[in-house]
Design a protein around this ligand. Structure first.
Ligand code: COA
Length: 165
């Protein structure tokens, strides 16, 4: 079936929450405690948060659908006139490694080029090798590392940048 990538609609918030929560738990189950995963799901992935981001002019929120099945999403938010932060890029496990992550990124890049944005930043948990390999493959490079406190847990993040030419 055909793949469609387009702007998210608020009527899809519940389906988006479901893709986010499932993929987040699968990705981080060996990295974070179930307590932290639960807190992130109820806080970061709340319908209120998702709806607010879809409606925001400072956020690019695109979804990937196969037929009518919502299987992936990307969000990027504006930091300043030259830079956006890639906040989320999620593809359901059963659809990973089919080029969908790369296509979600390519569509967002078209939008950012039109806005004359110069760079995209992303921070990845350092044990999330799959995502780090993915970002290297699509043209990001590492610029630093930092630690942060996430609900009482120290986490280590790799900082990466993509320069838009
Ligand atoms: C990271 C993620 C978005 C990649 O999406 P995807 O649709 O599977 O990636 P693509 O099929 O477009 O992969 C493009 C290239 O990236 C690299 N890549 C992707 N997944 C990889 C993996 N598991 N291991 C190593 N390299 C990988 C490969 O070079 C791949 O090209 P190839 O398949 O021709 O070798 C997806 O794995 C995912 O949703 N992970 C869970 C959530 C997450 O960690 N998101 C990132 C943090 S915001």
């Amino acid at each position: 079936m055909e793949l469609t990538i387009r702007k998210a609609d608020i009527s899809e918030s519940q389906r988006i929450k479901s893709v986010l929560s499932t993929t987040w738990a699968e990705t981080y189950k060996g990295i974070f405690s179930s307590d932290v995963i639960e807190k992130i799901t109820s806080d970061w992935h709340s319908i209120r948060n998702i709806t607010g981001q879809i409606e925001s002019n400072d956020v690019i929120f695109q979804v990937a659908l196969i037929g009518t099945n919502l299987i992936g999403l990307i969000t990027l938010y504006q930091i300043n006139s030259e830079s956006f932060q890639l906040g989320r890029l999620y593809v359901l496990k059963e659809f990973q490694r089919e080029g969908i992550g790369e296509k979600l990124f390519a569509k967002s890049l078209l939008i950012l080029r039109e806005k004359n944005v110069k760079r995209i930043l992303v921070e990845i948990e350092k044990e999330n090798r799959k995502a780090i390999d993915f970002y290297h493959k699509i043209g990001f490079f590492e610029v630093g590392q930092k630690s942060e406190n996430l609900f009482g847990n120290n986490i280590y993040l790799i900082e990466m940048v993509y320069n838009i030419s």
